[in-house]
Design a protein around this ligand. Structure first.
Ligand SMILES: [Ca+2]
Length: 509
């Protein structure tokens, strides 16, 4: 079955038939944000091009609707609830992955791949609390990456600078980066101001002093270009042997800061312009691979770390006719589909059928076992499933029949089984903002605002008569208009019990 690995070009043969792998994970990119998923107010020709040359998935999910737990699952192939990780990590958090854990990067290292990481990390640095004045270890380098460049936490949370390998870029021992918290704002290193439309509730205060030069070399409006240049530079530096690049794009996480050349280019405001920048970023990487004659020997996986957020800027885009999660209900952090059903696109010429669409259930956590199969290794024990047959269209049997999905709120840990989605609680379990204009606008109030029907919701609130939990038939009702909880009590009971089995077991039953 793996004979295809020995086909391909001479370059591929020289590497023992192993493909390069470029994994691009966008931030907060929603199910409706791309042209190839139905967006009409923005143009994403480069990302759509991946789908035209490869396969687009309609039922792919992140394991969590929140950044850090989703990225934890992707790197380790383990559910994040097993380590009690539910929320994005703080800027003093130590590394949330035990350095002994086998990761995607370790998997590629075992086959002598070069492994690079570019972009936002948000999985913590150091043991216990981070000491930012010291080398930032353990971090990406201890988890199998040869090199790291990027924003250390996220663009909305300080420190606002780049880290290269294990130090802030421009690190000066005489001016160390020190965490001072929020109580001494006058001592914090000054930041470049953001324009009002980017600033509204979008960036926390700087909780750091020192590292003035490192802060000065960071500009929000250049991050997309800077990260892309680093990714392209890294690919160009790979001369021998296969490589694995994990490109963790900041777009389209707030603050929304498209570079000048993208401003005003979309019909969906700043939100759309920032999407246009993301599309350009993907185009640059594809062009680099093409120029080097490596596109045919490279598997490109493009996805998102969670669903779209209904931030103030996304609400502005909505008013302009752009719905970031398409027809799905809910947003980032929540258990409703909009929180975790994400774009997922493969390009692998000659291996993955061009222009194909897969409706199979898949989780980004499955990449570990799938990459193991692609590099002819046994998959480590865990929650990750080998989706290579799904990638190649070799099976009609779904590889994944069940998936546990985490929301920001722990009691909303939910179970997908076949076409059924069971949420053991009312509401979305995500952000709690109830007023339009709030950055964390979500839940029943945002659903009503966006004109969504849901049988539990009336005028932006959960009805008093609503059942205590939720059950949706996603085959008939992808937009989750009708809660079937009371129609199928036995199914609810069985799914609740199966969900408990997952939680109680140390790996998937
Ligand atoms: Ca995210």
């Amino acid at each position: 079955m793996l004979a295809f690995l020995f086909g391909g070009s001479e370059a591929s043969a020289a590497r023992g038939g192993l493909p390069n792998v470029v994994l691009i994970v966008a931030e907060d990119l929603g199910y409706g944000d791309l042209g190839c998923y139905g967006a009409t107010r923005v143009r994403t020709p480069h990302i759509d091009g991946l789908a035209e040359r490869g396969r687009r998935f309609t039922d792919a999910h992140s394991a969590s609707a929140a950044n850090s737990p989703s990225r934890y699952a992707l790197l380790t192939g383990q559910y994040p609830f097993r380590v009690d990780l539910w929320a994005p990590v703080r800027n003093t958090s130590g590394l949330v992955i035990d350095p002994e854990t086998f990761t995607i990067a370790d998997l590629f290292k075992k086959k002598a791949y070069a492994t690079g990481f570019v972009g936002n990390w948000q999985l913590g640095f150091g043991a216990g609390e981070t000491d930012w004045s010291k080398p930032l270890r353990p971090g990406p380098l201890e988890l199998g990456f040869d090199s790291y460049f990027g924003i250390p936490v996220i663009n909305s949370v300080s420190p606002f600078l780049y880290v290269e390998n294990d130090r802030p870029l421009g690190h000066d021992p005489a001016d160390p980066l020190v965490f001072i918290g929020s109580k001494r704002p006058d001592e914090a290193t000054p930041l470049k101001p953001l324009p009002p439309e980017s600033e509204v509730g979008q960036r926390s205060e700087n909780a750091f002093s020192g590292a003035v030069e490192a802060h000065e070399s960071y500009d929000d409006f250049e991050q997309g270009i800077r990260h892309t240049e680093k990714a392209v530079e890294w690919i160009r530096s790979q001369d021998d042997g296969p490589f694995f690049l994990y490109f963790s794009a900041l777009n389209i996480h707030h603050p929304y800061t498209p570079a000048e050349r993208f401003r005003g280019s979309s019909e969906a405001g700043v939100y759309g312009d920032y999407l246009h920048e993301l599309d350009w970023m993907v185009g640059e990487i594809v062009a680099c691979l093409e120029e080097r004659g490596q596109l045919d020997d490279t598997l490109i996986v493009f996805t998102s770390d969670n669903g779209g957020m209904f931030s103030k800027i996304a609400q502005d885009a909505y008013q302009l006719g752009h719905e970031n999660n398409g027809s799905l209900l809910g947003y980032k952090f929540g258990a409703w589909e909009g929180g975790h059903r994400v774009p997922f696109i493969l390009s692998w010429p000659g291996k993955v059928e061009a222009g194909s669409v897969s409706e199979e259930l898949l989780c980004t956590m499955d990449l570990l076992a799938t990459f193991a199969a692609i590099t002819e290794q046994a998959a480590p024990a865990g929650d990750s499933l080998n989706q290579l047959p799904t990638f190649l269209g070799e099976t009609r049997e779904p590889v994944r029949k069940e998936l546990v999905i985490a929301a920001r709120q722990e009691e909303h840990l939910s179970l997908r089984k076949g076409k059924w989605m069971y949420i053991p609680f009312q509401g979305s379990g995500g952000f709690r903002g109830k007023q339009p204009g709030q950055n964390g606008f979500a839940g029943p109030a945002a659903a009503s605002y966006a004109g969504r029907e849901n049988s539990d919701i009336e005028n932006g609130r959960i009805k008093e008569s609503a059942p205590p939990g939720q059950l949706y038939d996603l085959e008939r009702d992808l937009s989750q208009t009708t809660n079937r909880y009371r129609d199928y009590p036995h199914r609810v009971e069985r799914m609740a019990s199966l969900l408990n089995e997952y939680v109680d077991a140390s790996q998937s039953p």
